[in-house]
Design a protein around this ligand. Structure first.
Ligand SMILES: Cc1cc2nc3c(=O)[nH]c(=O)nc-3n(C[C@H](O)[C@H](O)[C@H](O)COP(=O)(O)OP(=O)(O)OC[C@H]3O[C@@H](n4cnc5c(N)ncnc54)[C@H](O)[C@@H]3O)c2cc1C
Length: 410
């Protein structure tokens, strides 16, 4: 058996794992870094499939990890993208209440945003119409976030990979079937190579809970995979919003509601979504190609119990969001923001993603924040849901600040 050593082993080459590698180098903590991914190409999961929105930090409860890292992370990723001349659409974002009773939530979001360091402004109806003439606010008021931008997520992943390779990070792709030996600080690869590490970072996204298990970490969590389907406005649709248009979200559930997002392409494509429907498997992106029957049965059981107990406003989520994958319901949700949208303006987008959303069996609730847990010579990044893409550089620094005091590097 070949034995190799690496100071740091990162499992998962999405944006979280890539940014940890990047910041380890930037901070001069070590140059001996191996990043391992099960896919032959990086970016096959959330980091290459998300909306690409650099969130400005409006939604997150002050004191949460999300609130700590979102604003700084967005600023850093935006600068990083601009320095490299990658595509970016600095178009801003408008949030409108689809019902009059949601108007007061605009104040909550404005307060949260300001507390988190974001720039926000309340708009009246005339100002809203100047930004998006077709948009509707049920109360006449809207919230404006000028610093929200949109990038191409796959470009970010590919560029990070390229720069890390150039700087000497070993990137091992197509690594399936490895086993962890936490006691020996080793990963045994499928070809028999034993990879000894000083510290392991588990950034395995949709599989992070599974990777954590042999380390006896995060045993209280189960993944509930929520699929996000997108539609888009046809090129010849007369309605083409130039900036992001979001509904006031239900702050009790970790989904933002179906929204309009213009892409960062030179001729922007406006997507509508993502929906938040239970996926029948961690990677079941289309149809029934990767259904996991056991997982689906247990996920449905959890959802049914949540619904019956109406925990975390669960019934509202089910009634308002769970079935938006059905085109007439999606159209209805889109019309709450732009009433003149018609079915013939829309087409299904090829984009689809699945969120790595965790359910906590101890608290019987969906986890809303990022979770970073320590195991033997290891750090496990769980529940890396939105805005982990936006926040990735700042999240990596926060993780390294915590881990560096006890990382045992050579
Ligand atoms: C539909 C959707 C829209 C979103 N929109 C936004 C947005 O607009 N803005 C935003 O900030 N965030 C958004 N997010 C969230 C964002 O995409 C994620 O938070 C972020 O990409 C998480 O990155 P990650 O590196 O943790 O996970 P991933 O990108 O999933 O990377 C995990 C990697 O681990 C690998 N892996 C898994 N298991 C193993 C294993 N056993 N061995 C080796 N490798 C393994 C996978 O192949 C994968 O490459 C969205 C998410 C979804 C699903």
């Amino acid at each position: 058996m070949t034995l190799q050593h690496t100071d740091v082993l990162i499992v998962g080459g999405g944006v979280v794992g890539l940014c940890i590698a990047y910041q380890l180098l930037e901070r001069g903590m070590t140059r001996s870094i191996t990043l391992l991914d099960k896919e032959s190409e990086l970016g096959r999961h959330s980091s290459g499939r998300n909306s690409g929105v650099l969130h400005a930090g409006l939604y997150y409860k002050p004191g949460s990890v999300k609130a700590q890292v979102c604003v700084a992370g967005a600023r850093r990723l935006k600068a990083w993208v601009e320095e490299r001349g990658l595509l970016i659409n600095p178009c801003g974002k408008v949030i409108v209440p689809p019902r009059p009773d949601l108007d007061s939530q605009l104040n909550v979001l404005a307060e949260r945003g300001r507390a988190n360091g974001a720039v926000v402004e309340i708009l009246d109806e005339k100002q809203l119409r100047q930004l998006i003439p077709e948009a509707r606010s049920a109360s006449g008021r809207a919230l404006w976030s000028p610093n929200t931008a949109v990038v191409k997520p796959i470009e970010v992943v590919q560029r990070l990979k390229l720069e890390l390779k150039e700087r000497g990070v070993h990137i091992l792709t197509a690594q399936q079937g490895w086993t962890a030996r936490p006691e020996q600080q080793q990963l045994i690869l499928a070809d028999g190579t034993a990879l000894h590490y000083g510290h392991l970072f588990n950034c395995a996204g949709l599989h992070a809970d599974r990777v954590a298990r042999p380390f006896s970490v995060g045993l209280e969590f189960t993944l509930l995979p929520f699929k996000g389907l997108y539609w888009q406005l046809k090129k010849d649709s007369p309605i083409q919003p130039r900036c992001n248009l979001y509904p006031v979200p239900d702050l009790d559930v970790p989904f933002l509601g179906v929204h309009f997002t213009p892409s960062a392409d030179s001729v922007a494509v406006v997507s509508i979504g993502p929906t938040a429907t239970l996926a029948w498997g961690r990677e079941n992106y289309r149809g029934l190609q990767a259904v996991e029957p056991g997982m689906t049965a247990s996920s449905l059981g959890v959802l049914a119990r949540q619904y019956l107990a109406n925990r975390g406003s669960f019934r509202r989520y089910v009634h308002e969001q769970a079935f938006l994958a059905l085109p007439p319901l999606l159209l209805r949700a889109a019309r709450q923001l732009i009433p003149t949208i018609r079915a013939e303006h829309l087409e299904l987008s090829s984009k689809v993603g699945i969120r790595s959303q965790l359910f906590n069996h101890n608290t019987q609730s969906l986890e809303d924040d990022f979770i970073c847990l320590n195991g033997q010579a290891s750090t496990h990044v769980l529940n890396a849901i939105s805005p982990a893409f936006t926040a990735s550089f700042a999240l990596a620094d926060l993780i390294l600040d915590t881990a560096s005091s006890w990382m045992n590097l050579s």
